[in-house]
Design a binder for this molecule. Sequence first.
Ligand code: TAP
Length: 452
Amino acid sequence: MQTFDVLNPATEEVLRPVELTSAEETDAAIARAQAALPAWRRVTPGDRARLLRRFADVVEADVDTLAELEVTNSGHPIGNARWEAGNVADVLRYYSAAPERLTGKQIPVPGGVNITFAEPLGVVGVIVPWNFPMPIAGWGFAPALATGNTVVLKPAELTPLTALRLAELAREAGIPEDVFQVLPGKGSVVGQRFVDHPAVRKVVFTGSTGVGKQIMAGCAAQVKRVTLELGGKNANLVFADADLERAAATAPYGVFDNAGQDCCARSRILVQASVYDRFMELLEPAVKGVVVGDPAADATEMGPLISAAHREKVAGYLPEGAPVAFRGSAPDGPGFWFPPTVVTPDSPTDPLVTEEIFGPVVAVTRFTDEAEALAIANDTPYGLSGSIWTSDLSRALRVSRGVEAGNLSVNSHAAVRYWTPFGGFKQSGLGRELGPDAVAAFTETKNVFLNV
Ligand code: TAP
């Protein structure tokens, strides 16, 4: 059995080895998930709802343990990690309402009666990245289970610990073992089997756009359903009529949350030229005030990057002579630390402006008017998220309609809520998670005509 040493990114210490699932074991798990489908479908809607609510209750009772696991495995600040564990419980409870509301339609047709059913897809494979191991897992498995599918879930190789704990909690709640299985392992082995195995009827993938494209191509061979949540290079648009103090004070949290390892990170700040200098004056103390350090400490706002290799990749964007305006702090010593960094590149084609760095680096540029702001914001193959800061409601709505992205917030950086649909335009993804839309994403409509 091959194992992988899971590290604490804040200390570089080995937490424990985790066994890697092989291709053969993945196939066996998929076969068990398929065999479990008929019995799971026979569970009455009320009982399935109760099981999901019980799962939510045991997750809620375990929030401290789950959060501590995430602090050590992912370096997330403890406050964030508690929120992430709580989000799994919230999402389970939200979708526990689905089984009893999976209604079809009766459609008037001549010569008989026509009804539709929302049928489960079958086995669903969920592939999770390392940046938000708990919420992203829950956004996949909760609606999938609620709608009568069975789930095989692959956590990222670097961050499997909370997913393994969630599998234990599912069993504690009474979810049958083969209905929800967690298979730690390599993307190229376990994830690839989800794509290739014909019994897996849908793949839910969150990760890089490059791997997402491979997965979509692989799924095409079997016309397999796919939901993709991919990268982003999101714009934070600050207009001259905005509350500049608030816009500047909150901008660091729009991008440095989770050390910038967030597909929704507002990693481009576009500021109207007339207020640019004032905005930068206000931004500097805000960035320098971000508390970077021990993720277990309550006051910490930003932890380390996930790995040495990732830190090297982020640092690669900032060679000698890079246009660094100012930086925040980062601890010395062991741990994959990187300071919050603000850059002001001149060229719109600078990789600092065009590429997803997935670290605590934000590029600030200026625009003259609304039309130019939209042109710059949309000059990217991505389209996931973004913020608009203005005191003019008409402008807020006009610009919201003009930005080519799936999740926008006005005078706020919080665009992701479990009640509302989440997903990307353009190369940021395909399909929507969360909110009511996810129910349709895990069911297939069956149409039945009765000649009566
Ligand atoms: P990826 O390298 O794409 O990995 C994501 C997941 O896919 C991991 O579990 C990985 O397994 C697996 N994987 C890798 N190669 C695979 C393959 N050939 N077949 C099937 N699965 C495969 O991304 P990452 O580095 O973990 O995450 C960072 C990226 O994810 C960023 O670009 C970020 O924007 C994106 N992201 C997007 C979102 C949303 S919601 N849009 C959310 C989070 C992250 P291993 O662990 O073995 O590599």
